[in-house]
Design a protein around this ligand. Sequence first.
Ligand code: ASP
Length: 324
Amino acid sequence: MIRNILRGAVLAAIFASPLAQAQQYPSKAVSIVVPFAAGGPTDTVARVMAQAMAKPLGGQLIVENRPGAGGTVAAEYTAKANPDGYTILLHHIGMSTAPSLYRTLRFSPLESFEHIGLINDVPMTLVAKPGFPAKDFKELLAYVKANKSKVSYANAGIGSASHLCGMLFMSAIETDLTTIPYKGTGPAMNDLIGGQVDFMCDQTTNTTGQIRAGKVKAYGVTSKVRVPSLKDIPTLDEQGLKGFEVGVWHAFYAPKGTPKPVVDKLVAALQESLKDPTVKQRFNDLGTDPIAQDKATPAAHRNHLKAEIEKWAPLIKKAGVYAD
Ligand code: ASP
């Protein structure tokens, strides 16, 4: 009897051990934390990936939107989550700008996470409400310079990509506009289409459909060269903002301490999904491409993040924007 109880206890301990749990992973749904509201571009990428990764991972992935403070709420939440692989984060370039923008950050982008891999790189587009009184970029510049703070600019909070793009745009044209923060550019897009806000800069993953449907006006893309799916829209660089370039990269993170076999399974599922022709097609329709396989790795992701933190720090310092 005592021997049976002891044997039961030993077996229970073995099955509850981190190694056994990692081997059984995933035995329940994995939550992908998204730092912005549903319906926006980060959410869109997360939903494409949740669907694509289910098969290679061997389990369901669900999207959990936790907007706030330009993405830092979700990053802190994930950094402090149980490191068991059931809570992972999908974040973008904001992970590299947050350390320069926020005076207090209760997580470290490089130290609080296991880096899983990059997903894609998305250009941004400068778009305005349907009735915006400018037929091209030249007229837009003249209009915003004449009307300054009467012009409203939507963003997803300090630390978001739309904030970064707007900050660089205002600094390039030396004009301050009135910024209106949203929980994500999904809700901001609704207000833009409805004419409640004048313009914004957002990922093609959110703007391509609306531009093609004629629901918003497009004035430029933020990539070095034109975007194949939006080839009639000139780059901002070609329209006079020399060197203006913002590419929004996305990546997956797990809390620090997530067992290596679990991280390995997530990396394999990510890499497998990026080879999936449906993912490529879906991304292409949204004006983006899956990242090259050699960048969908923990080491490449970490190196890229470090380089991006170093790249943005002096530019943000120069712009003099901070949040608490
Ligand atoms: N595109 C947004 C940003 O500006 C976020 C979002 O809603 O996905 O960062």
